[in-house]
Design a protein around this ligand. Structure first.
Ligand code: PHE
Length: 464
């Protein structure tokens, strides 16, 4: 029965379209904006190491589980969990897992759109040559001026949310294919150009060392769990778009004969590759020009423009870079909105158009709180032993990436490996009862859930 089920929202035209779309969802601000600044805030190489560990041991297996559920359920995450739970003889309340994801999606989208707005503002700033010949003080001043102006942030946030709503209202497939097929490789190439520039800077090797050689002395006065493990875990989930139903809904449009295992590895590899390249491009600049690696969410916006101001054709490359970053953010933001919209279409019988506008409007409203987090309503707070500077923005970010996504991920892992019948998962993964299947099952049953739980409870100090 399950193999003949189809989604009312359609199907990807080929397996490659799914890989492109899911990679489009995964690769975004998380890789180029969030990964470097978290690395800089949380101890460099040690953070990267733990991050990679989380991607392999939790990220990829949970991504496989999430795609598996999506393809088997073929509905929005809430209905998918409901249907599958009933089919497996479990409580229909598993649909709450879908709700957790939809809500996380709203919150992430609300601030994601504001940061994407910074990117758009930077397209114009670089394009107009604002950074030509500028040093770290000047780029920092330009960035601070931008985020202290709520009107401009609001303008670009609104613009970006419109872009997102527009694509979702037409159905994610149209438009997406082209965007991901050409723009993602272009972004990749441009990142290589930036790495090339980084190689020419004085402190290239220091940057590499910072990223790849864990310096345990910087961890001396840090709490390993709250300062390194939890943010790394959250970043793995955030960057791979897992734990909230985005990959589940994309999985629901995947044809039955496509390999979930292969797809997951390709997506994770592309995603991690882009993050690492971004790190290699940024840290040498940070060190060469005397910026603080722990500079926070503005890190790429104050470091990369120095490079664009110095390198040949920098204005052109800089402008192009921020355009491509905006597209990367766009192909991610649509996957944040899609689960809520498909729910409204399926359960509230709305047209896709109407659903996209209503859901997008709610996320836009919530985004106003982030717009104000960097100026009028900025405040500091502490959570799990760490201090955060940017009020509600940080609360939304920590709540979603470090709490909701890992929680969603653990529940997905428990559902697929402990509660769903073995035959259902074997059937869906198409690995038969092979050694690969056994490894996956072992990791998803024991390693992934325990890893998340141990990191989480240690970070909030429950075990100390
Ligand atoms: N993975 C996206 C990025 O790295 C963000 C995202 C998170 C998208 C969760 C969908 C779901 O930019």
């Amino acid at each position: 029965m399950t193999s003949t089920r189809t989604s009312i929202h359609g199907q990807w035209s080929s397996r490659w379209v799914f890989i492109l779309a899911a990679t489009g969802s995964a690769v975004g601000l998380g890789n180029i904006w969030r990964f470097p600044y978290l690395t800089g805030e949380n101890g460099g190489g040690a953070f990267v190491l733990v991050y990679l560990f989380c991607v392999v041991m939790m990220g990829i297996p949970i991504m496989m589980a999430e795609i598996l559920l999506g393809r088997r359920g073929r509905k929005n995450p809430i209905n998918t969990m409901h249907t599958l739970a009933i089919e497996e003889g479990l409580s229909p309340n598993w649909r709450l897992l879908g709700w957790l994801g939809v809500i996380a999606g709203f919150i992430i989208l609300s601030y994601y759109s504001v940061i994407a707005g910074w990117t758009i503002a930077f397209i114009f700033k670089t394009g107009m040559g604002d950074f030509v010949g500028s040093n770290a003080d000047q780029t920092t001043a330009i960035f601070s001026e931008l985020i202290s102006n709520p009107k401009i942030l609001l303008f670009w946030h609104t613009f970006f949310m419109f872009l997102t709503i527009y694509i979702v209202s037409r159905g994610v497939k149209s438009g997406l294919e082209q965007a991901v097929k050409f723009l993602m490789p272009a972004l990749f190439i441009l990142l290589l150009v930036m790495v090339g520039y980084a190689m020419s800077t004085e402190r290239f090797l220091d940057g590499l060392k910072y990223l790849f050689v864990p310096d345990f002395s910087v961890l001396a006065n840090k709490n390993l769990f709250s300062d390194v493990f939890l943010p790394a875990l959250g970043q793995a989930f955030f960057s791979l778009s897992i734990g909230m139903g985005a990959i589940m809904i994309y999985g629901s449009y995947l044809s039955k004969d496509s390999s979930i295992t292969f797809n997951s590895f390709v997506i994770a590899l592309a995603d991690t590759g882009v993050a690492i390249l971004a790190g290699i491009a940024i840290f040498p600049i940070v060190f060469t020009y005397g910026l603080e690696p722990s500079g926070g969410p503005g890190l790429i916006f104050v470091s990369l423009p120095i490079a664009f101001g110095q390198m040949p054709l920098g204005t052109f490359f800089g402008c192009l870079f921020f355009i491509l970053l905006m597209f990367a953010a766009w192909t991610s933001s649509i996957s944040l909105l899609e689960p809520a919209v498909t729910w409204m279409v399926e359960n509230r019988k709305m047209t896709r158009y109407r659903a996209a506008y209503i859901a997008g409007f709610i996320a836009w409203l919530l985004g106003l709180l982030t717009v104000l987090s960097f100026n009028h309503w900025a405040f500091k707070f502490s959570f799990a032993g760490k201090t955060y500077e940017n009020g509600l923005f940080d609360i939304f970010d920590v709540l979603t990436a470090n709490i909701m996504l890992p929680l969603g991920g653990v529940l997905i892992a428990i559902f697929t490996s402990w509660l769903m019948s073995r035959s259902s998962t074997i059937d869906e993964l198409g690995l038969s009862d092979s050694i690969a299947y056994k490894i996956w099952r072992f990791i998803i049953r024991y390693v992934a859930p325990l890893g998340v739980v141990v990191i989480f409870f240690n970070a909030i100090g429950l075990f100390s």
